[in-house]
Design a binder for this molecule. Structure first.
Ligand code: DMJ
Length: 637
């Protein structure tokens, strides 16, 4: 995909050649892939057993001191987050015991203040995916005595969180909900702010719950939250990082694909893939196109002002590393390969990706030196290997596994790395290490070795939640788009607007050639084969069905006022108008105040893990030359 080159960022392009130089793939044999997969399995049990012995039923393990800590309400978080990984590994015994313990012991009628976002992606998602596995013969993990206990718990939990959506914008009230009383901590004494990811990453879990309980409320409120966010996008289709859920005013206007925004993009596409709801696809396409136009500086991504597109942060942050994986799902693989190579070069340099890496100085960003066992780069490696079968991705996986074994393994589990330059260990192990990091590593090597798992061989296509939880596109959950035949997660028909290559095409190729090994030559031939078409700049989705436009089909449009964009100094109203849809918020007016730092807001305690923003960089911030240049993303230093 060819986004326009931005003169100011020439320095990035010069350095990018250094970073994406071809590293010849050494090649992982099938036998070695099996060994690596088994090593990852052992890794899982070192951490999981460490948690069960030393921390359970507390939320998370302290892997150095071999203790436990409650970080999200005290709901045995790590156990819940690990359930579908246990099932994936085929560990029936532990899966059954864990599901039964949770069914008997987990209760939400206690007074706790929790993060709606984290509770949704980790606990609600964990319960739902385990429910879908435990209740289905097709998974090979069905528990005969299981009586929907986890589904009931999930529904109870989600109902307790519903009041958090009761805001003028429809966007959730930041992070807090008092579960026992069903009262939400909505004090009107100040601004209540949520991140875009926090407000836009609830649709998969709540939507699946609606489909499973036949109660549309969960799907409605989360869709409304996405509409509320999208209605407040800038004229150039970018969203900011934080928003006041009462006024609808952006309090942090930096647009990017990482910190505070990442999974907003992810859930737009995945909600379409799981539910077949084209409204999400429509929004994703516009949002994705804008991201590639204004944020992409091949192969890196930067943060810009959402209105003017002026550069604010030439920074790689580790949360961005999920993006190439998302691009695989979108069928836009070429830029994904380049970006993955760049991000992986940072990993190679330090043995891990730091939370922040400064693209102007090419050094670790001060204050963002840690690696808290994040999965994103491994996740993208898995998706790219799945799509291309290029052995370089197996090599990357092997390197990342070696780093974790070498520097992060500690007494009772795996430790956060507090400084990637000195590899100091920290006494924390986030639950997503077992839900995502280990899962994606295992899936990568199992794919090369077999594959022999539910995701690759199961009866349904699986969509991974942002926490790595498996949500199957079963007939009950996945509504098929009427005007297009629907096979699995992707929609296919003879009328497709565009066909891009995917893992399926590669599988066909491999099947025809009866190939068992993974050579670079195969991969290169494949890339030049006639079945491969590059994606266009718009990043059209594989399987996009022709037909009515979104507006024609749903009678919905998202309109922002004319003058709320570009001129940061002017006061302008920001209006979200959504027509003909009874469950939408209509016309919320706010004043576009000067950019403010959310951390100055006493009501805003900061995101628990994602809000580690760098201090403003000491490089010249580019000025906008004129509006046309700004729109084209052309800025001068
Ligand atoms: C996880 O909880 C999820 O992947 C979330 O979307 C981002 N942060 C962590 C992993 O880094």
């Amino acid at each position: 995909m060819g986004a326009p080159k931005k003169p100011l960022l020439l320095i990035l392009l010069i350095f990018s050649d250094f970073f994406i130089c071809e590293i010849p793939a050494e090649g992982v044999t099938k036998e070695e892939a099996k060994q690596l997969r088994d090593e990852v399995r052992e890794m899982f049990y070192h951490a999981f057993d460490g948690y069960m012995v030393h921390a359970f039923p507390r939320d998370e393990l302290k892997p150095l001191s071999c203790g436990g800590e409650d970080t999200l309400g005290g709901y045995a978080l790590t156990l819940i987050d690990s359930l579908d990984t246990l099932a994936l590994l085929g560990d029936r015994e532990r899966f059954v015991t864990s599901v039964e313990w949770i069914g008997k012991n987990l209760r939400f009628d206690i007074n706790k203040t929790v993060s709606v976002f984290e509770t949704t992606i980790r606990i609600l998602g964990g319960l739902l995916s385990a429910h879908l596995i435990a209740s289905d013969y097709n998974t090979g993990m069905r528990i005969p005595s299981y009586d929907d206990e986890l589904l009931h718990l999930a529904e109870d939990l989600a109902r307790r969180m519903l009041p958090a959506f009761d805001t003028p914008t429809g966007i959730i009230s930041r992070l807090f909900s008092i579960l026992k009383t069903n009262l939400v901590n909505l004090a009107f004494d100040g601004r209540i702010i949520t991140s875009t990811a926090g407000g836009g990453t609830l649709t998969l879990e709540f939507g699946a719950l609606s489909r499973l309980t036949n109660d549309p409320i969960f799907e409605q409120v989360t869709k409304n939250a996405v509409r509320g966010l999208w209605a407040r996008r800038s004229r150039i289709n970018l969203v900011g990082a934080h928003i006041d859920v009462f006024s609808g005013e952006w309090t942090q206007k930096d647009a990017g694909i990482g910190t505070s925004i990442d999974s907003f993009y992810e859930y737009l596409l995945k909600a379409y893939l799981l539910f077949g709801d084209e409204e999400y696809l429509f929004i994703f396409q516009e949002a994705y196109r804008a991201a590639m136009l204004y944020l992409y500086n091949d192969p890196w991504y930067v943060e810009v002002n959402m209105n003017s597109a002026a550069l604010v942060w030439p920074l790689f942050n580790s949360l961005q590393a999920f993006w190439p994986g998302l691009q695989v799902l979108a069928g836009d693989i070429e830029p994904a390969v380049r970006t993955h190579a760049a991000f992986f070069s940072v990993w190679k340099r330090y043995g891990f990706t730091p939370e922040g890496f400064n693209l102007a100085t090419f050094n670790v960003q001060q204050g963002q030196k840690s690696y808290p066992l994040r999965p994103e780069l491994i996740e993208s490696t898995y998706w790219l290997y799945k799509a291309t079968r290029n052995p370089r991705f197996l090599d990357a996986g092997r390197d990342m596994l070696a780093s974790l074994q070498h520097a992060a393994r500690c007494t009772c589990g795996y430790c956060h790395i507090s400084d990637v330059e000195f590899h100091q260990q920290e006494d924390h192990m986030e639950s997503f290490f077992l839900a995502e990091t280990v899962k994606y590593l295992w899936l990568l090597f199992d794919l090369a070795a077999g594959p022999d798992n539910l995701v690759e061989n199961g009866p349904y296509k699986y969509i991974f939640s942002t926490e790595g939880h498996l949500l199957p596109a079963t007939p009950q959950i996945s509504l098929v788009s009427e005007h297009c035949s629907y096979l699995g997660a992707y929609c296919r028909s003879n009328n497709l607007i565009q066909e891009t290559y995917s893992s399926d095409i590669i599988n066909d190729y491999r099947d025809k050639n009866h190939s068992d090994s993974f050579s670079d030559t195969d991969a290169k031939n494949l890339f030049s084969s006639s079945s491969f078409q590059k994606s266009p700049a718009s990043g059209l989705i594989k399987g996009l069905c022709p037909g009515l436009t979104h507006g024609q089909r749903y009678g919905i449009s998202y309109i922002a006022s004319d003058d709320n964009i570009v001129d940061e100094s002017s006061s302008a109203s920001q209006v979200a108008v959504v027509q003909n849809s009874p469950d939408l918020m209509v016309s919320n007016h706010s004043t576009d105040s000067p950019p403010s730092d959310v951390n100055e807001d006493p009501d805003y305690p900061g995101e628990p893990e994602d809000d580690q923003r760098a201090p403003q960089l000491e490089i010249e911030t580019p000025q906008i030359v004129n509006e046309t240049d700004a729109k084209a993303g052309l800025v001068e230093g």
